[in-house]
Write a protein that binds this ligand. Structure first.
Ligand code: SF4
Length: 406
C-alpha cells in the first residue's frame, strides 16, 4: 500500500527524495478546472497529500481580494479558501508532480482496466508516493515483461515516456538498434526468431532482439506490449482482480470437435500422464513465458510445475492442442521390444542427444568438444557404427518380417 500521503510540495522543498523540477502544463491545469466544474463544493478533487474543491460562495480570499471560487486543503496544513483561478494555478504549480501524476493516469491513460493497471504497475503507482516515483522516473524505472525490458521515464512536464526493447539489448545505445515509433511495426518483429524461423507461439522465449521503441507515450507502450505478447496484460489484470477464468485441459478438449477429438482418448484410465507430459514438454518456462494455471480439471492438478512467469496462461493454447493431437496418434501405437547392443557410453550418448535436442542446446555444443554426447562428430561416429545402409539402428528393422508381409 502507499505510504501515508504527505504534501509533495513539502517533499520537493525538503529535497528528499529528489523530485525533478516539473512545470505544470496548461492542459493538466485545464483538466483540473474541468474536473472541478462539475462538482459540488462538498466533493473535492483528491490528490496525494491535498485536495482542491469548489469554494462555498461568499468567502473572502486570503489576500482580501474578491472571493475566488476554489479552496485548497493540504492534509497536513491549513485550508486556503477563496482562491481565484490564478491563486489555484500557483498553488498547483507548487505541487506540479502530484497534479501531473493525476493528469497522467486520470486523463492521458484514462479508464480503469488492464492498460491503466499495467502502466501503474510499471512505476509502482499503487505502492510508492509521487515523490518517490518521480525521483525514480527521473533516473528511469525498469521492468521486465517476458523478454521485454521496459524503461519508464518522465519529462519536465510530468509526461511518461517509455523505452521498450529486448532484455538482451539493455544498455545498448539506441543508435545501435533499429528504432521504431509505431507499435504496430512490432507485428513483423515477432514473426521470426533470431535464426529466421517462424514463431508459432508468441510467448515462446525466442523473441529476436536488435530493435527498440525508444520514446513511446503511455498508450502506445501498452499497445506495443499487447502486440508482442497478446492478451498477457489482460490475463495478468484479471488474475490480480481475482477474475481469471481458467479453462482446464479436460474442458478444452471437450470443446474440440472432429479430428481434435482423438486427444480425448488420453483421458481414459491413463492417470493423465499424457497431459503431464504435454505440459512438461510445452509449458515449461524454458519453452513458454506464461505461467500455466490450467490443470487437468477443476479437481485434478497436474504433477508438473506451472512455471514462474509474470503473466498467467488460462487455457491450453492451439500450439499445445495441435501438438497433443499429433502425439495422440503416435501414442496409440503399441510398444514393442527391440534388441540393440550398446556400450554403456553409447546408451548415455543417446540420452545426451535427447536431452540436447529437447533443451535446444545443440548450437551450444562446440565441434571440437568430442567428449559431449551430442557433439556432431561423435554423433556421426555413432551413426556410422550403429546404422545399417537402410538407416536402421543396430541393423534392427522397425517393422518385423511378419508385419511386413501382412
Ligand atoms: S498452453 Fe502452455 S505453451 Fe501454450 S501458452 Fe499456455 S503455458 Fe504456454
Amino acid at each position: 500500500m502507499a505510504e501515508p500521503a504527505s504534501d509533495p510540495a513539502d517533499s520537493a522543498r525538503d529535497g528528499d527524495p529528489e523530485v525533478p523540477d516539473i512545470d505544470l502544463p496548461s492542459d493538466a491545469f485545464d483538466a483540473v478546472l474541468d474536473a472541478l466544474a462539475g462538482r459540488d463544493p462538498g466533493e473535492p478533487l483528491r490528490f496525494e497529500g491535498f485536495s482542491v474543491g469548489r469554494d462555498d460562495a461568499g468567502e473572502d480570499s486570503d489576500d482580501g481580494d474578491a472571493a475566488g471560487e476554489y479552496r485548497l486543503d493540504p492534509a497536513d496544513g491549513d485550508r486556503r479558501t477563496g482562491l481565484s483561478e490564478r491563486d489555484l494555478h500557483e498553488a498547483l504549480d507548487d505541487r506540479a508532480p502530484t497534479v501531473t501524476d493525476w493528469y497522467a493516469f486520470e486523463r492521458v491513460v484514462g479508464e480503469f482496466g488492464p492498460r491503466r493497471a499495467f502502466l501503474r504497475w510499471l512505476e509502482d503507482a499503487d505502492g510508492a508516493t509521487v515523490a518517490t516515483r518521480y525521483a525514480a522516473l527521473a533516473e528511469g524505472i525498469e521492468r521486465a515483461w517476458g523478454e521485454l525490458r521496459i524503461t519508464a521515464t518522465i519529462t519536465d512536464r510530468g509526461e511518461r515516456r517509455y523505452d521498450v526493447r529486448h532484455a538482451d539489448d539493455a544498455g545498448v545505445p539506441v543508435d545501435d538498434l533499429d528504432a521504431y515509433d509505431d507499435p504496430l511495426d512490432a507485428r513483423e518483429l515477432v514473426k521470426l526468431d533470431e535464426k529466421g524461423r517462424y514463431r508459432p507461439l508468441k510467448t515462446a522465449p525466442s523473441l529476436a532482439g536488435g530493435w527498440v521503441f525508444p520514446d513511446l507515450g503511455a498508450r502506445d507502450a501498452y499497445e506495443l506490449v499487447e502486440t508482442i505478447y497478446p492478451a498477457t496484460v489482460a490475463n495478468w489484470h484479471r488474475e490480480r482482480e481475482g477474475e481469471l477464468d481458467v479453462t482446464h485441459w479436460r474442458e478444452t478438449m471437450e470443446r474440440q470437435s472432429g479430428i481434435y477429438g482423438v486427444v480425448k482418448t488420453w483421458d481414459r484410465g491413463e492417470g493423465h500422464e499424457h497431459v503431464n507430459w504435454v505440459a512438461e514438454a510445452c509449458c515449461d518456462d524454458s519453452q513458454c513465458l506464461k505461467r500455466r494455471e490450467w490443470q487437468y480439471d477443476d479437481e485434478t492438478d497436474l504433477d508438473v510445475d506451472g512455471g514462474d512467469g509474470v503473466f498467467p496462461c488460462r487455457e491450453p493454447c492451439s500450439v499445445v492442442v495441435s501438438a497433443a493431437r499429433k502425439w495422440t496418434r503416435l501414442e496409440s501405437e503399441q510398444p514393442r521390444t527391440y534388441e540393440f547392443d550398446l556400450t554403456p557410453s553409447e546408451k548415455e550418448q543417446v540420452e545426451a542427444i535427447i536431452d540436447a535436442v529437447a533443451d535446444g542446446q545443440i548450437d551450444e555444443i562446440r565441434e571440437a568438444d568430442t567428449k559431449e554426447g551430442a557433439n556432431r562428430y561423435r554423433t556421426r561416429f555413432l551413426r556410422a557404427k550403429l546404422f545399417d545402409e537402410d538407416g536402421n539402428l543396430g541393423g534392427v528393422p522397425t517393422e518385423s518380417d511378419e508385419e511386413d508381409e501382412e
